[in-house]
Ligand binder design. Sequence first.
Ligand code: NAP
Length: 482
Amino acid sequence: MSEIKVQNFIDGKFVGTEKYLDSFDPSTGEVWAKIPDSGQTDVDTAVKVAKSAFEKWASTPVAERSKIMMKIADLLESRLDEFAELESRDQGKPVWLAKSVDIPRAVYNLRFFATCALHDLNRSSHMQAVDAFNYTMKMPVGVAGLISPWNLPLYLLTFKLAPAMITGNTVVAKPSEMTSVTAWKLAEVFNHAGLPAGVVNFVFGTGPNAGDAIVKHPDVPVVSFTGGTVTAVKLRIAAAPYSKKLSLELGGKNPGIIFDDADLEKCIPTTIRSSFMNQGEICLCTSRLYVQRGIYQTFLDRFVAEAKKLVVGDPKSPDTFTGALISKEHLAKVKGYVTIARQEGATILCGEEPLNLPERNKTGYFMRPTVISDVGDSSRLVTEEIFGPVVCVLPFDTVQEVIERANAVKYGLAATVWSTNVNTLHTVSQKLHAGTVWANCWMVRDLNMPFGGMKESGTGRESAKDSIEFFTEEKTICVKLN
Ligand code: NAP
């Protein structure tokens, strides 16, 4: 495949910019695309276009907006193979994973919000004493700034785009600089589906340039961000003078708690997935496993044996479980935690065996699933988000102790609990500081239920209905009848 040249998508057209950045294929380390290095001028143009498209889109009936979004979903679904391959090339994940999870989920997000908003009702009340009738109306906020990360490129972008569009906002979005190609192709689908020009605009480039310009733009009153906790602090500061609506979905350091009575036949395969799927680059991945003393050694032996079996390599191969990490820098950062483990005297049970890669992948950013034991609770491996295929396994004795240890980090995104005792599942789940707790499962997600992080993992837990509210302003109209 020859090098792809991505262009910004503004006013329904693909437009170039002055400077371009290299985009690397993580599985080979080669530059496979050039993407715009957009700055203030590009963002200004996109916001101006989005602002002028706003009134018409906002007054388009929701049923009409829904039809267009359903068409986008259908077209995306009909190009499943193409999009899965692109996203794998962009991000390094196995093609089968993009095909079975990421792209279908992007389609689902579009369909879910396109239909959900059709059933959204306004509120009303009659104040008998004064004979006044109150009712509410929801208005779109305006131009929505959407900033998304690289780990689940289309999945997370559509999770923002869909509620923003269906509620009548227009959009200026900036996907991660490392995974822009898939979003650029999605713009093609928008045009084929008949989305009016200017409703969605993509400005590609880096966070500090294009992202910051969106966050600080006075004509962007609502910003939805998914990314790291450190970046979120910068966004809060940048947005503060403008009183913007701000949604922040951030990092995690998710505990998995496995009790003596857990069904290991189910727990081990799911915990392998929750630890290593997508190279461990999912904000919801478990990265510290607390295992009750009675089964600690049995669990560890079986878990390590399964981790060693996972095939690392060419994302195109259907046998590959772990593809390439996103970048050279990220691989070095993740491996840095293994170095810390060694320096601290921890035991590295697997992950350092030589890789057996095809020739073309030898320059890619690969790493084996790594399991570490004998780590202290205060180690950076147990307290910091690693965001790679590295998991620490720690023994525990009592319920109270494990709850305290699981809660002793600054993050609170997700957790898993494994037990065959229903009382244990409920008691422990209720006491964990995490926005989502999965009991005897992982990543089972109902969009009707709130999602998001506690503590430094985010600002709010949003269900689909909450997302619709986030992208709207609800006003009350009070009419005195007599
Ligand atoms: P990141 O470095 O924080 O970047 C996220 C997005 O913000 C990217 O598009 C980035 O652009 C942009 N950005 C960076 N600096 C910015 C600035 N000053 N102003 C505006 N935008 C800026 O995060 P990442 O490394 O892409 O993603 C991994 C993180 O996301 C992890 O912490 C993970 O846990 C978290 N995450 C959370 C959820 C959730 O739902 N809670 C879901 C997925 C991921 P560039 O990349 O182009 O610089």
